[in-house]
Design a protein around this ligand. Sequence first.
Ligand SMILES: Cc1ncc(COP(=O)(O)O)c(C=O)c1O
Length: 396
Amino acid sequence: MTKQWQKPGPDMRKDTILSHAGRAPERFDGAVNVPVIRASTILFPDVESHESGDRFTSVRYGRHGTSTRFALEETLAQLEGAARVCAVGSGVAAIVASLLAFTRSGDHILVADNVYGPTRNFCQGRLKLNGVETEFYDPHIGAGIERLLRANTRLVYCESPGSLTFEMQDIPAIAAAAHARGIPVLADNTWATPYFFRPFEKGIDISIHSATKYIVGHADVILGTIGASAEHWRTIRQTVADYGYTASPDDCYLALRGLRTLAPRLKQHMQSALTVARWLQGRPEVARVLYPALETDPGYALWKRDLSGAASLFGVELRPVADAAVRALLNSLRYFGHGASWGGFESLITYPKPERLRSATAWSSGPLLRLHIGLEDPADLMADLAAGFKVLHDHT
Ligand SMILES: Cc1ncc(COP(=O)(O)O)c(C=O)c1O
């Protein structure tokens, strides 16, 4: 008797989806994961079969994906509840393709004031040149977004929480107001992750991820994904094809490999982040910790209602202290790397200046640090930070 491989169904829980979705051992020598299939040309047995079929849902040409990429897309779609997912070469490519898919000259779009910097730059740069007007809105606006909707508003773009300042947004309230006018809601869900958030159940129509972060999880691949509802998937897929965006099979393979262990990694990341964040809250050098998973955070109620867990990225506002002392602290750390990105197995620390990125709302705080808590032992991380605080004092 031939073994029937478990295809995900509605009864499959998300940890099981992560193990079983996107597999086809019967087609690939029994290999558990779909292997890397590199191809530009795909050969067909005759001209008729070459002429038939859908280039977006079946393997037709390398730029549109081989079985490796389709396996990743299928697994993510199943996990996140998207009708379909499309992988592209970076998180920024996913953002850009999504914005381009819905906008044309004369349109107005609403974008949260706490969005990722390159998203803001794209709106204020290229989209403006295309004749699209971007209005940034207060991330706390909730149902009040209704007042900003115009006859030519084409989309609302959210990021909850923002990846520098960590405000949660009331996504269902924003989506209800936008949908009442037939306007789609796009969201960068990189922090929320496809594991801790079911965007399509909360009213999001397009879910964007920098897969570079937790999905890949090992700080060695740049990749983006766009999940879409059935209504909007063809618009997204066509735009990705029109601009020639693609994703390498090797990178898709590594992302799918990363997805297989996403659940235990994220659970550990979250537990360690909570441990370090709570410890930081008790430090005299710290004014506040910006992390929606903390009961004291202003975004806690929305986080608790809408997400089932938290990424391990959060902000730490220090009490007023000289810039040189902060830099001395940062440079003294042993385990926290200085570098862009997050979501890998290793801890990182940055010194962002979000006030420079705002236009609709003011941001002011003491020195702000952004920590990504990796998979090291949190006791080592806290000892490292404690030693760093000693250095801070030595410089004040
Ligand atoms: C919230 C967020 N969205 C998107 C991106 C862009 O992702 P990528 O670096 O894969 O282009 C990043 C990268 O840091 C990010 O932090």
